[in-house]
Design a protein around this ligand. Sequence first.
Ligand code: GLC
Length: 744
Amino acid sequence: MKPSIFTLILLIFGTIHIAQGLPLYKDKNAPLEQRIEDLLGQMTTEEKIQQLNQLSFGVNLNPNNKGEAVNDVDPQVGSLIYLNENPVERNAIQQRAMEKSRLGIPILFGFDTIHGIKTVYPIPLAQACSWSPPLVTQAAAVAARETKLTGIDWTFSPMIDVARDSRWGRIAESYGEDPYAISIFGAATVRGYQGASLSDSGSVAACLKHFVGYGVSEGGRDYRATDISAQALWETYLPPFEAGVKAGAATLMSGFNDISGVPASANRYLLTEVLKQQWKHGGFVVSDWNSVEQLIAQGVAKDRKEAGLKSFTAGVEMNMVDRIYADHLQELLLEGKVTMDSINDAVSRVLRVKFRLGLFEQPYTPIVPEAERYLRPEDRAVAAKLAEESMVLLKNERAALPISSKVKSLALIGPLVKDQENLLGCWSGNGKPKDVETIFEGVTREFGDNVKLSYARGCDFDGTDESGFADAFVAASNADAVVVCIGEKKAWSGENSSRSTIALPAIQEKLVARLKETGKPIILVLSNGRPLELQRLEPMADAIVEMWQPGVAGGTPLAGILSGRVNPSGRLAITFPLVTGQIPIYYGMRSSARPNDGNYKDISTEPLYTFGHGLSYTSFDYGKATLSNSKLAGDQKLTVQVPVTNTGSVTGQETAFWFISDPVCSVSRPMKELKHFEKKTINPGETVVFTFQIDPMRDLSHPDSTGRRLLEAGDFHVRIKDQKLTFELVDDDDRPTVPAPVTP
Ligand code: GLC
């Protein structure tokens, strides 16, 4: 039998290398797949299994991730979660792997850089409200550089779970409720992390998580089961992951959640048939913390060994910290329950990421002084810009904002005025409160000597102590306007932080009510990791600014919005329910059988603030939108445009949201679906044209329960602001359609 070309290449390269005394896999000029093949061919079964094992190293401050951190690291281990803040120990461990292990395979160091590791920028839910993917990419690149210089090659981010239940604490880590928006921001973050090449000095491998549907945990209670139909999987929860895979994300993380009876970490259909066979993902999947062992609690495995078998055969390549693969894969192999081919495939995927990262050539992290490593002025500036663009002006009446020059005294009141820690938000990496610019500092700098500032804390985040109200009342009474800074602690959102109500603790509402009695203008500033129930607070406020949890550089941007130096441009990427009882409530719902009936009898069925809501200090007038054609045939595209004029007196940024509706279809569709958005700066009196080019297969098709994209002729609506234009997609056999995916 003639040797394959592949074998010939291997032989040629192998011969050259033997002559040079260098194994082929160590030659950076050899083709990647040959390097993997060569290395794999030299590994023992034990060495292969060790590559699938991830342990935790360093002091673990995450209370949810229980489990010991290793100290005496086996140099053959595939990966370590690295919890130290400098690369010195990482390099020492790596040196043992490179020099003491038989084949010198570098360890892959991972960590949760979610929205910055030291230069912490806004939580992802806030980032999405900026509607600025380029800025999100820029911030992710800052995070990647600092992460890499910390000694970490791989971040467990972006989190791209669709989140529509604000009781779920991890909504803070998400990009909100809309699959299209999450797809765009998830891909933008992947690009920022991975750069032009994974082997670039400032790049880290991304990890799309949590695959898939973790955000639908019942009742917003974390770790709970999810019930997701195949239609919903393909329509809502998978698209962001498909976009992330297309953006080149090197890895994924399987979720904790049970998906309609099959837990995510044992879900072969998703982990293998969809991810590997349909989407051709060439990287690997890491389990979530103990999520393999948790299959026992979820009732699909009787013991650790069976949990390992289920997870590995489903398509989880790397096992995070519960050591099940290290303990049982060899046995399962000997029993013929897993094959060497499947182990080889899993190890190849891990090695592929390590080779692509350049770890064999650059196994060590350069040691740079902390001042060069972290919090460079240019990086803080990126964090500030993203914070500025993510803040949302929710309400502004009686000209409360911007604060007028007539205001000569301002009272700053509330537990967040001088707070640092909680502005960081959940999953703040190695971010330090001392590096956070407070609201007080930002406002003092902004208003300087022109305005007399007073401060009173007023109350704590929760509890019943009203002893601070009196001072707060006096400060407010003696001021021309009152800025009340209230909200959540960073620990109230994030993992294992579900809340039965999204209202703020009563003490904070009572403080605002007391201050309202002064009759002064009340400007509410909110810092929170989820939409809040504002039903009682909203009427008491003349203005409301949602500043979210901005990270290290939120004080100045907020002050700029209060003074008018910054025209707020954030728009909500998540619906704000009127009250908790409305949850789940989001814009992309399907129509009711009786649209005008079946509503709550005790409260409104409308949210307080809808998806896309956000005010500006100027006004934008939308002209008449126009279609390039009223019919769409063949492989044509349809262009729709709308002129938008800044009819106010200050420059502003406007985001145009383009939605598609399909009023009649064989599968009922959401009442509208976001398909395009664009943010532009418009000067006073200027008119700019926003354009959306409709691609039928991308924008008008819908998935069936196997993920096949289907196009159905008929009328469609395209919506922009309050306009709805109708066009017809005509039946056309010649229209290109995507190939049907491999069916399960
Ligand atoms: C946590 C989280 C996951 C994180 C991992 C490692 O439990 O669910 O998002 O990346 O463990 O810290």
